[in-house]
Structure formats: C-alpha cells, structure tokens
Design a protein around this ligand. Structure first.
Ligand SMILES: Cc1cc2nc3c(=O)[nH]c(=O)nc-3n(C[C@H](O)[C@H](O)[C@H](O)COP(=O)(O)OP(=O)(O)OC[C@H]3O[C@@H](n4cnc5c(N)ncnc54)[C@H](O)[C@@H]3O)c2cc1C
Length: 337
C-alpha cells in the first residue's frame, strides 16, 4: 500500500471501518483503497460489497464503523514494493511558515507531515520556536539503511518512548513543568535532521512505540483554501493560544499539534467527504498525555472554531473524547438560549 496510519499495531478492519488516513497528499482515506468487502450481517448472512455491485452501498461499507456487520474479508489495491526519500527538517516558524512554502512542499513531495512541539525553543519565546517538517518522495534509488539498521532503530524508538511516558507522567502531576519538559524532549528525542532512503512501509510506520504514550487526541478535517493560507492561520492560532494560556499558567498541549494533507474522499461518512475529488484537506490534530488538565477545554475551543469557520468534520477514530466535547458544546448552546 502507498499509505497507511503511522501506528503498526492496528487491525486492517479497525483502520478501514473508522475512515483512517495516512500522509500521502494525493491519496484520500485508506478505505478508498478497498475494492471489495465480505461482511457478515446481523442476521448471519454473508454479503458482498463492491463498486460493481452497488457504488452507493459500497461507499457506505467503506466507512461503516462496524454498523453493517462484521468485516470477514476485504480486498485492497496494492503495488510492488518501492522506496521513499524521507527527510526530517526543523525550520524556524518565522522562516518557513508561509503559504507558498507549504504549497510547494505539498506539490513536490508524496507526503508532508508537520508537527508543532510546544515550547520547543528555550526561554518561552514563541518567535524562536521551530516546526518539524517530515517529507517523503518516491525514488528509484536504492535504500541507504538496511533492514537490520531499521529494526535496531525501531527497537531504540520503543525504549525512547517508554522513557518518554515516564517523563510525561511528571507533566500530569506538575503542569507548570510543561515548557521545560517539552523543550527537553524535543531537543533530546525529536530534533534530529536526517535524510535517508528506506522502503515505503518503514517510512509510513516511521515511529515505533507510540502506543507507550497513552494520549488524548482531537482531529478535524479542514478544507484547504487555494493558497493554503488557512493551514498557516490555524497553526499560528494554536501557537498563539499555547503561549497566551501559558502566561495564565495553563498548559493544555504537551505532545504536539500536527497535520497531514489528503485529497477529498467519496466515502459517505469520511471527515474529508467532498464532491470534488481534487480538493485538499488538512487533517489537523492536537495530542496531549492522558490526564492533562485543560485539554478538554482547549479541544472545545478548537472544535467550535473549526466547525464555525470551515464547517470542519471530526475524524472519529481520533476523537476519543469528542463525545464529551460535543456534550459541553451542547450545554454551552443551551445555556445561551
Ligand atoms: C497512537 C495512535 C496513532 C494513530 N495514528 C493514526 C493515523 O496515523 N491515522 C489515522 O487515521 N488514525 C490513527 N489512529 C487512530 C486509529 O488508527 C484508529 O483508532 C483505528 O480504528 C485503530 O485500529 P484498531 O485495529 O485498534 O481498531 P479497533 O479499536 O479494534 O476497532 C475500531 C472500530 O472499527 C470497527 N471494526 C474493527 N474491526 C471490525 C470488523 N472486523 N468488522 C467490522 N467493524 C470492525 C469497529 O467499529 C471498532 O469499534 C491512531 C491511534 C493511535 C492510538
């Protein structure tokens, strides 16, 4: 497959039925790569779904959240193994963060993933903060890392993230330590410029051991405007709010704000559903360690903003506490009636 979720411990049906996505800009959701399903329905019948049999039913089956029954078998479009040049850069926000730079990266790479790690520069000064920009581009060149090197790297990442989780527990107990700890973790474990050629699955699942970091997550799909300026605006908004809240001794974001870019999906329940398949969507998310104070309030603030400004839809697979967010939003609306 040419794209998938970063996590490598998920099941095929789990990522398909919840409409998951990878980072490949020209792709849509992963379920769009499924060409047929066999589903056991509630009355025990084995039903076949495909575009040839019924495209509307197939569109519902692609993202079904388990509601049509149990997926027994599915068939994906796959291709022969290929290699990707994977680059990790850490430009200063003030240098890189312009619509034309982002658009250029999207149009000239297979995938682009951008992270904002809170308080990553010393001295609590947002002007010096950096972004982590990960790009992948298909190549016919040979790999520069052997499978053994990749496996060693993965084992090391596992240990790193086990250690990271222990450090994060300190943040939960002492939120005011957030800027120091996130700065330390960024310098020690994240900020390593690199460029290597690896096999596609190693690039897609580039981070091992993320399941060691039990986190809270909120992700929305935002339709990107022509010049990509709204993606710039939304990251700027998050950075600005993180510093405003820190001045008030509130630290709701302690892992990262992150986004990937995909094209629109034709699946009825996709967060990136759109009639025009060439429309780009930004899948923007915030992640904090479980138990982080203020994460729910920050999620409500961002959800309200993105729904009002862009009619953005949540990615349910990454909105574990979205029901709480929606509940609080309904209470707010009710109180204002
Ligand atoms: C650390 C982390 C990183 C992640 N990264 C990404 C990412 O990069 N991109 C992204 O889009 N998402 C990502 N996710 C979200 C994740 O991919 C989804 O939550 C996915 O559903 C998990 O797969 P699972 O196999 O654990 O699902 P499960 O929890 O087992 O299943 C999820 C749902 O799928 C349905 N389902 C599962 N199996 C079947 C079946 N056989 N038949 C019918 N329905 C079924 C059910 O409704 C079930 O509730 C990430 C999550 C975490 C925790």
């Amino acid at each position: 497959m040419d794209a998938a979720v970063v996590l490598n411990t998920v099941t095929t049906s789990g990522i398909v039925s919840t409409g998951c996505h990878g980072a490949r800009c020209a792709n849509s959701t992963i379920p769009e790569k499924v060409i047929s399903f066999q589903i056991v329905t509630a009355n025990g019948e084995l039903r076949e779904f495909s575009d040839e049999i019924d495209p509307v039913e197939m569109s519902a089956a692609r993202i079904s959240f388990g509601l049509l029954g149990i997926i027994y078998k599915l068939t994906f479009i796959v291709e022969p193994m290929f290699n990707l040049i994977m680059k990790d850069n850490f430009p200063k926000i003030s240098d890189y963060w312009k619509p034309e730079n982002l658009k250029n990266d999207v149009l000239n790479n297979d995938s682009v993933e951008v992270f904002y790690w809170p308080f990553n520069a010393a001295g609590l000064n947002e002007k010096n903060d950096k972004l982590w920009v990960k790009t992948c581009k298909r190549t016919n060149l040979n790999v520069t890392e052997s499978q053994i090197e990749e496996q060693f790297g993965s084992a090391f990442q596992n240990l790193e993230l086990e250690f990271g989780d222990r450090v994060y527990q300190h943040i939960v107990k002492f939120p005011e330590s957030t800027p120091y700890i996130t700065h330390f973790l960024f310098k020690a474990g994240v900020e390593h410029e690199s460029e290597k050629i690896i096999q596609a699955p190693d690039a897609i699942h580039y981070q091992n051991g993320i399941d060691h970091i039990p986190c809270m997550d909120l992700e929305f799909a935002i339709k990107i405007n022509n010049d990509f300026s709204n993606v710039i605006d939304e990251i700027n908004y998050i950075v600005k709010r993180i510093y405003e809240l820190a001045a008030d001794k509130k630290y709701p974001l302690n892992i990262a704000a992150e986004f990937r870019i995909n094209k629109a999906s034709k699946c009825l329940l996709a967060s990136t559903y759109d009639e025009n398949p060439d429309t780009y969507y930004c899948l923007l998310e915030i992640l904090s360690i479980n138990g982080t104070q203020g994460f729910l309030d920050f999620s409500i603030e961002l959800s309200e903003r993105w729904m009002k400004k862009y009619n953005a839809q949540p990615h349910w697979a990454k909105c574990g506490n979205m029901f709480l967010v929606l509940f609080h939003m309904c209470v707010n609306i009710w109180e204002n009636v």
